[in-house]
Design a protein around this ligand. Sequence first.
Ligand SMILES: *[C@@H]1O[C@H](CO)[C@@H](O)[C@H](O)[C@H]1NC(C)=O
Ligand SMILES: *[C@@H]1O[C@H](CO)[C@@H](O)[C@H](O)[C@H]1NC(C)=O
Ligand SMILES: *[C@@H]1O[C@H](CO)[C@@H](O)[C@H](O)[C@H]1NC(C)=O
Ligand SMILES: *[C@@H]1O[C@H](CO)[C@@H](O)[C@H](O)[C@H]1NC(C)=O
Ligand SMILES: *[C@@H]1O[C@H](CO)[C@@H](O)[C@H](O)[C@H]1NC(C)=O
Length: 931
Amino acid sequence: MVNFGNESGKDFCNWLASIKLSRIVVMVLVFLILTPLITHFYLSKVERHSYQVEHGAHSHQDLPEDLNYMTEVDLRVGVQELFRIRGSVLSELRDIEKKRQQFKLEIQSYQKNIEELKQELSHQQTSLNQLKISVEQAQVAQKEALQQNSPDLALPKRLTADTLPQESSPLPRNSSRRCKMYNCFDHSRCSLTSGFPVYLYDPDQYSVMNDGWDIDGFLKTTLKQTLGYNPHLTNDPKEACIYLVLVGEALKDTDDVSENVGNHLNLPALDADALKQLPYWGGDGKNHVLLNLARRDLSATSGDIFSTIDTGRAILVQSTFTQEQFREHFDLIVSPVLGPPGGDVWQECASMLPARRNYLLSFQGEMKAKNGMLSNHNVSSDLDKFVIEYLQQLSKSQTQDKFLFEFECNPASDTSNNIGPQDWALCGTDSSRKSILKESTYVLIFAPTQMDLISTTLLQARVYEALRSGAIPVILGGDQIKLAYSEVIQWKRVVIFLPRARITELHFLLRAIPDEDVLLFRRQGRLLWERYLASVQSTLDTVVAVLRDRLNIPPMPAESMTAISVFNQTFQPNQVAITGDTEQEESLGPLEPPYDSPSYRRNYSLFLVQGHEMWNDWGDPLRLYPTLPMDPVLPSDAKFVGSGRGFRPIGQGQGGAGKEFAESLGGNYPREQFTVLLLTYEREQVLLDSIARLRGLPYLNSVVVVWNSPRPPNSELRWPDIGVPVHIVKAARNSLNNRFLPLDNLNTEAILSVDDDAHLRHDEILFGFRVWREHRDRIVGFPGRYHAWDVNTKNSWLYNSNYSCELSMVLTGAAFLHRHYLFLYWKWLPQAIRDKVDEYMNCEDIAMNFLVSHVTRKPPVKVTSRWTFRCPGCPQSLSEDDTHFQERHKCINFFSQVFGYTPLLNTQYRADSILFKTRIPHDKQKCFKFI
Ligand SMILES: *[C@@H]1O[C@H](CO)[C@@H](O)[C@H](O)[C@H]1NC(C)=O
Ligand SMILES: *[C@@H]1O[C@H](CO)[C@@H](O)[C@H](O)[C@H]1NC(C)=O
Ligand SMILES: *[C@@H]1O[C@H](CO)[C@@H](O)[C@H](O)[C@H]1NC(C)=O
Ligand SMILES: *[C@@H]1O[C@H](CO)[C@@H](O)[C@H](O)[C@H]1NC(C)=O
Ligand SMILES: *[C@@H]1O[C@H](CO)[C@@H](O)[C@H](O)[C@H]1NC(C)=O
């Protein structure tokens, strides 16, 4: 027999390792079978032997006979002898039993050893696999690099003009009427790569107004100030592409607005000679833009100050144009600047809900005759007369819809300011009109009665105030007019244009529009209003952007935040190599060197192919972003036919189960990696553990830690070396908004935002990453929450984290999101929201969910749930306590107020990997072992 017990465990291991597993099993089996057999044999041998010793050669069967001849003494001795034998047999049996137990224990420990070795083997196999696929991926990347015969495009040198505009002879009289970009604009000053430099004539320095006229003082200062924030502004007239001249709003010097009223102005406001004296006018005003921004005079045509002036080749920007005067794609119709200089404008807006308001349709206005003569009910055309009669009848008719029509202004209200040439005048004060508009689903706006007017300040102002209050404008005579920036903005989605002759169909049409579309109209109207009309700043930025867009010059890049490391030359981190087991139990993907997402690839094509969306949907036409979550995908055959660079199709395109899946990223987008973005505040050990756990995580590009504490990290800290760069970034101040800083060292589109104490397993992270790649515009992550209607108060939302089959938020404490949303969080979200986050030190994740759902109108995506979010043993996180919850209720309701509605959407769906819970053949692997 093999005596296992005498060998030391280590030798045994070596020995064991050298033989095949199956052989061990066979031996163990043999051992287990032999032990009882041998025991039995041995026992029976002992019995027979002791008997034979006493009784010579007598056989077992003879025993009873022999007993008869024995004496008492013999018998006693014999019995004693038997007892002795029995005792010794028993003690031997005990020994044997002890040995058996011992063997059993040993067998158990060997079995444990075997298990451990098996695991070790599979670990090694996993690492080996990972190494293998890493090598393969590296080879593919290298081959790709070799095959690539064109270098990455570098930015052509910024090419700007370096001369002042050349003096040229003035245009022949009247020929400026035929100006278009091709014959009146000097493209040579504006190369594609020039960045579109804009020069502003300082309105305090260069006056182009006639005596007795001045420009609105508020406009002058605000213009200078707000253009100062525009990245296109340049101080160098030599490099400028366009030159801005502020010419309005022109006011009489007296500054008393009422004095203008009804005056025949002898002198035009604008001085044509002064224009020609402008230093860079160059004889004909090439590339000059004359800005006539209306601010208060809402009369019909007084907004036009160019009608009698020769403006050469200059581009005219104002709110009032006649058909004849307006040169399409050359001049620009703007909305009057009725708002504040800049800043948050959401307070001005009415709530978007309910979809249907008190009045179906409202109108407040009065027809004014020419020359300020007031003539009630005196309308110029039969058609207008018919329209008014029809509407008056409508409001009296038997219908459940409520109308509010005022065709005569209440004499008490001051409308005298608004008297101009024959047109509709406003009734009421700004605030009284606002309160009616907030009660109206639709508001009627009449096109100018003077048919050759395609736009008036009055008309634009009424659209402005309607959109601000969420009343959908219905423009009667809509086929006659043009709204602001109509070369880029699709007004059809915001305003209902109706020819006058369709007045009888109006009621039917308005009733036929369902609530969904009412809200789409209203939402889109608010989007346009906030983005392009609301403030002086938005108006100026839009004017510049429209002109730039005409020339197909890309916007300036959105600035990212410069990441400043907490470390410096004298203070370096202590890095330690970490060894020990990574937690992986399966090969999840190749380990590759950091590979940044390519960015700014679509500078010159984005606005060509998706310009419409940029202006009217999710885009931001004022800035260029490195990449967008909505960037298009190639058709799936393109990657095999010529456009395959960077793609890593699964099984080279043949597809495959778990094994092939782990080897390549697959999907519809080229290979990429993700960045882990951590926000931390004075929990150093928790942070270090979190970082250490990321070692060996495939597709990890780098780790960026935002150090929210004002104190630098302890110099004794031993930072784990996890094989990818770890940046510790100093935050300017302790704020939860810092979780979403658009730092310039975030080099990938995919950002995994995690709390410092979140404990995610590698397979969960990678599955989340793969799911995110298919939902790049959404938040894809783990902890789901929802907003629940408060059934007690019936007027507000409650934040809820209870078990639920429906969710509407995924917390950014463990979620993937696109880098673009970090920019939007800072550049686009109203400041009031970030202020609220700072006030409560809470809710930044709710704000991000609002933002993303608002932009996409989609709910977030929750992925697999087999994980523990909080680390066991970590101090109880603050999110549990009650005030924290109360604050989150308040945040939801406050954010809804800012947005005008609650953008969150519900979802009842969770993503698991495809072969999860599918029965598959033994020779196949699942995509992930556990999820
Ligand atoms: C696109 O614009 C960005 C930002 O200005 C710049 O960094 C990048 O080089 C540009 N790319 C090309 C191809 O011009
Ligand atoms: C040129 O302008 C003058 C007045 O500005 C006008 O009388 C004349 O008809 C115009 N000529 C043409 C050809 O438009
Ligand atoms: C309407 O206005 C015209 C001038 O525009 C005037 O001749 C006419 O008398 C007015 N009619 C009424 C009813 O006021
Ligand atoms: C480097 O950082 C440490 C800690 O933040 C600070 O005390 C030190 O003054 C810094 N040194 C320099 C040269 O900035
Ligand atoms: C969660 O559920 C518990 C028990 O069902 C309930 O008492 C609590 O109010 C719920 N929390 C919220 C925020 O609804």
